[in-house]
Design a protein around this ligand. Structure first.
Ligand SMILES: Cc1cc2nc3c(=O)[nH]c(=O)nc-3n(C[C@H](O)[C@H](O)[C@H](O)COP(=O)(O)OP(=O)(O)OC[C@H]3O[C@@H](n4cnc5c(N)ncnc54)[C@H](O)[C@@H]3O)c2cc1C
Length: 401
């Protein structure tokens, strides 16, 4: 136990959206929580598209993505690329390929739809708790394509999701132009998911941190360098600020260590383009290039790219953002008149099978990572799940010592 903190029940490592909402949840249940991160409230949680998408719970590991990945590696489609051929990345790819068997992706989606559905309501509660505007909007999500074959495939997958209660509407090219007049004229049609929602990810992550502090969470800017173990238990975390001890430890380090074992970074880029009146009215994805648009207050956020493994160099950043911008302008030509915007690069914590790791990984250690493309969507449910792992209605006295 640290001298500064007379009662630390739980140390949470990592203050992205996952760790911060976990810390808030546990503090709300009466626990003394210490949150450690060298850069709290940043990470992938501020560099994402900000969509809350029950309709997108099908994992990347399915047979068609394997094919897409091969096209990407051979220059056919730049949205999915491999950033390193190190043994750990090759091992991850082998597990990804093994997970991409027919039928499995549908079962994963069925497990994630329920938790994903809760997200918009939970962020609305966070806004009410903090009095902050998170930009939560329930405008649905439009998925457009130039290729009739892609539309047909999307519809087949969508019908499977309908069994999980995900509503959708099919839009013809003409209906699409009425709904979003600034879209390019070469589109074949779209599927609209009215149950999806969106927010401003940086505002949401900031609000989570504010709420955690309001509930008594103590935040230190510290990087955890190792875990101290004794007789199968964690007794402390070592950091650049010294050691911190608690009864239970939660690793929520996203694609970083030590929580991200078995997880590879899935690098993506977001471009914030200033726009007093964004050229599109509601969130949208171009299925051909996987470029996502989220109109926010005073700007439009455009995201794309999925580079598995390694760390991108400056030239990769340049090539990726140029490809994203080009694909975005093809979809929404009016973007050509708007400024370049600012770029953020971020790493999705990718598990090979697309399922987050929210598990007890030791007697007093819980890992909550690997949320991949769905971290904003699944964070509220993960926070509740971690509280359950500590024990139903966990309070300080009930945490096993
Ligand atoms: C381009 C892009 C678009 C995306 N779009 C969406 C979307 O539309 N909807 C959606 O739901 N999800 C989306 N995601 C995914 C989502 O952003 C992530 O799943 C989510 O942010 C992961 O949250 P996290 O808290 O696990 O990780 P992070 O936000 O990365 O936080 C991890 C934190 O751990 C800290 N940390 C790491 N190592 C240590 C250490 N040793 N000691 C202390 N602290 C440490 C880091 O500093 C960081 O702050 C997208 C991601 C990207 C990159």
């Amino acid at each position: 136990m640290s001298a500064e903190h007379p009662r630390t029940d739980v140390v949470v490592v990592g203050a992205g959206i996952i760790g911060t909402l976990i810390a808030r949840e546990l503090a709300g249940r009466g626990l003394g929580v210490l949150l450690l991160d060298p850069a709290p409230g940043r990470g992938a949680s501020i560099g994402n598209a900000g969509l809350l998408v029950p309709s997108f719970t099908r994992p990347m590991a399915d047979p068609s993505t394997l094919w897409e990945g091969l096209r990407g590696m051979t220059g056919g489609d730049a949205s999915l690329t491999i950033g390193s051929l190190s043994p750990t990345v090759l091992g991850w790819l082998a597990r990804f390929a093994a997970a991409a068997r027919p039928g499995r992706a549908g079962r994963v989606a069925a497990r994630l739809v329920g938790p994903a559905r809760a997200a918009a309501g939970e962020y609305a509660k966070l806004a009410a708790e903090t009095g902050l505007d998170l930009g939560v909007a329930g405008n649905g999500w439009l998925q457009v394509t130039r290729r009739p074959a892609v539309l047909r495939r999307k519809l087949a997958l969508t019908r499977a999701l309908a069994k999980e209660g995900i509503d959708h509407e099919v839009l013809t090219r003409a209906e699409l132009r009425i709904r979003e007049p600034e879209l390019g004229s070469d589109l074949a049609g779209a599927v609209f998911f009215p149950g999806d929602a969106s927010l401003d990810p940086a505002a949401a992550t900031h609000a989570a941190l504010v709420a955690a502090k309001l509930r008594g969470v103590i935040v230190h800017r510290a990087r955890v360098t190792s875990l101290v173990r004794r007789h199968g238990e964690i007794t402390a975390v070592r950091t650049d600020l010294g050691e911190f001890s608690a009864t239970t430890y939660v690793l929520a380090t996203g694609a970083g260590r030590p929580g991200g074992r078995g997880i590879q970074p899935g690098w993506g880029w977001s471009i914030d383009v200033p726009a007093t009146e964004p050229p599109i009215g509601a969130p949208l994805i171009g299925l051909d290039d996987h470029v996502v648009f989220n109109p926010l207050a005073g700007r439009i956020r455009i995201t794309g790219g999925m580079r598995i493994g390694g760390t991108p160099a400056h030239r990769h950043d340049h090539a990726a953002t140029a490809a994203i911008r080009q694909a975005a302008e093809r979809l929404v030509p009016a973007l050509r008149d708007l400024p370049e915007g600012t770029v953020t690069r971020a790493a999705r914590p990718m598990t090979p099978d697309g399922l987050p790791r929210v598990v007890r990984t030791g007697r007093n250690l819980i890992t909550a990572s690997g949320h991949g493309t769905l971290g904003m969507t699944l964070a509220p449910a993960t926070a509740a799940a971690v509280a359950l792992l500590l024990g139903p209605g966990a309070r300080a006295a009930e945490v096993p010592r």
